[in-house]
Design a protein around this ligand. Sequence first.
Ligand code: NAD
Length: 497
Amino acid sequence: MSTPVTSQVIDVQNYFGGAWHKSSASEYSNVTNPATGEVIGRTPLSSKTEVDTVVQAAAAAFPAWRRTPAGERIQYLFRLKNLLEEHIDELSKLITLENGKTFAEAKAEWRRGIENVEVACGIPIMMQGYNLEDITPGVDETLIRQPLGVVAAIVPFNFPAMIPFWFLPYAIACGNTFVLKPSERVPLTVRRTMELIEKTGIPKGVVNIVNGGREVVDALCDHPTVRAISFVGSTPVAKHVYQRSAAAGKRMQCQGGAKNHVIVLPDADMDLAKQIISDSAFGCAGQRCLAVSVAVTIGEAQKTFRDAIAEAASSIKVGFGLDTGVQMGPVISPASKQRIEGLIAQGVSDGAKPVVDGRNPKLANYEGGNFLKPTVLDGVPASSSLADTEIFGPVLSLIHADTIDEAIEFIRKSPYGNQASLFTTSGAAARKFRYEAPAGNIGINIGVAAPMAYFPFSGWKESFFGILHAQGKDAVEFYTESKIVVERWSRQETRKF
Ligand code: NAD
């Protein structure tokens, strides 16, 4: 049964200087419920001038925020954690409405977001520097960490809550002021979250939101007052932001797209592999940057795994994520559905066999939704564009290899390096894989090797541009500048008081 959405279309505003402001944009982008096609909001495509106003508000708040002791800054985060916990159901429902993932997936996303708030509450310890007395007699040296100033984050549609929280808590806990550019496709979760941030009593201008698309992104990259940019999205845009921000002298961390491989050895626990790989490939309708997209089977796993995954894929209940029993929602847009179906057709014409074909499903009452069912393609030729292209949909390609070395070679050839997984009961194979697999997040009998908030979200090759990653200790280093102080006080020490 369909759940009513919103009684009105929400006109999204920008937030800066402690208040909501209607954008002067002449163009808006529609926010739609991907399960119904219904318009539920409108995102203003703000201008370069509006970006400047927002950045100036953040810059004005920086001196006082920077002087606020770290122990006091984190009190706002403790309050925010409690508010997010209190409102988690309402916030999760919003994610389902604008992004399409199921309510359970949305709630799990919020748990990951909240975890980052919890970790950033440790900033009074994490931000500490270090020192050494007597680097030469009577001279001491100290490293201290200081905030950068105004920092910005540009985020994608697939995690409307968690990805902003890879950045926001650390940036402000370190004493920076923050500008967020949400995805124009899913701005409603951030909008509601900002209302809760406001309730913490955080000083005006510490957290700001500017909505929009490409013009806003470019204006943030170019703005001389913005000291650092955190970006998450597709590889071409990640590269663009990396290059453009570098030209403006900023520090950046840009996370891009992915094509994740899992290797299934014949000694794997096939029941476990089937369930976990099915969750990884089809959870969130395959719209996760850590979703497994290619399974490389070795030896007799070619048949045992193919049969098991086909059964798991066929049993997944697809529908509107707020309806009872639904396990997989729609993809984000009609264009995305069309692109994914086109890629499946390409794979089939290149010689792959659709063991489970999820194209064009008919869902009663949801004719306007962007639905696909899970799809499993067997025997995808390595030469097919499907083997290399990021699909970002519920499609799993099966490829067969004779040895683990041959399978690792597939991963090596991939332009991406976000995640690679292995299913086995052999410790020696696991160790070899961990040692050799060229990806930044490794899963051993794990389908989505997502790091906890106290570890960095690594990504290699075209999945990441920069050095310091999101989350954990990397985030603290990214959002602070180190300063060295060398001191000599030896004359005063020898004086008699
Ligand atoms: P996207 O690249 O289309 O958009 C990301 C952000 O960039 C949005 O805020 C958007 O407004 C902006 N943008 C889009 N086109 C732009 C352009 N031409 N110039 C300047 N800015 C532009 O990505 P998406 O479709 O929202 O998200 C899906 C992608 O994100 C996938 O490729 C996925 O793998 C990737 N992703 C990566 C990670 C990771 O950790 N590596 C995590 C989540 C998502």
